[in-house]
Design a protein around this ligand. Sequence first.
Ligand code: NAD
Length: 298
Amino acid sequence: MTVPAIGPSLTGAARAARIRAEVTAGAAELAARLAVVVATEDESTAWYVRSLARAAAKTGVACDTVVLPADAAPERVRETLAGLSTDPRVHGIILQTPLPPGAVAADLAGAIAPEKDVDGANPSSLGRLAAGLPAFAPATAEAVVELLDAHDVRLGGRTAAVVGRSTVVGKPLAHLLLDRDATVTVCHSRTPDLAGVTSRADVVVAAAGRPGLITAAHVREGAVVVDVGTNATEDGGLVGDVAAAEVGAKAALSPVPGGVGPITTALLLRHTVMAAARAAGADLPSPAAPGPTAAAGG
Ligand code: NAD
């Protein structure tokens, strides 16, 4: 096993490029198509959707942005998702947040057909993931495991602390890490003595959306730290949840930007091509298939 070097060494670009190359090989032939539903005028969402569309264009995945008004009724969003779910030209569907007032993301995402749910947003996808059944995992959660694999970080038999319990990152990630035989503790805003938990873990994943939350005191010497946080700074930049300079001096750390983010985008495209291949009748390995121990019920 290669032990990742201390510092911001857990970069995502190389693995993201590898996934995109693999996607490019199948996308055009399958006429793979992703639909991104947007019902917000939020600037950072618009930026994210544009970068996803650019990545899709490079790989040959067609990417349609379906724009609804920022005050669209939840029922209209639901009908849009249901329509895309039955459209045979569309293979993957993503519902962007934030959503209009009154709309509940997990509720509306129930209208995304599970076989097209490439960002694991339909509650049934999370349920299947928890049950060890094939399902698309939320791309960000899967990207954390993919990043660790890319840097040969062993998970089996090791301890992991996940900071954040959201449905899109913390909870599905806990299941993915369990499937890889890690011993997982999920921390959140009401966890007493956060540093006491995280500083004992071999692997720490920060997904709280709080800049500077994870300091040197939260991390043991030689640990592996994955920073999922994306927090906009006043000068238009982006920082994670980890105090990068001090943590990077004692642990292997993923940078923000340039760590989990590029892999997340690449995985959404990979999932779309997998969905297109399955729609075309190809026999593919299941997404997020459980590891050997989990499959055996261990
Ligand atoms: P969320 O707001 O839904 O959840 C945040 C979680 O952090 C909650 O479970 C909360 O209990 C926990 N938390 C908040 N303050 C805490 C504290 N002081 N101590 C311990 N736990 C605390 O956020 P989310 O949607 O899960 O996103 C988390 C972060 O990841 C955000 O910065 C988001 O922008 C980022 N994100 C990145 C990507 C990517 O591709 N890189 C994708 C999705 C989300």
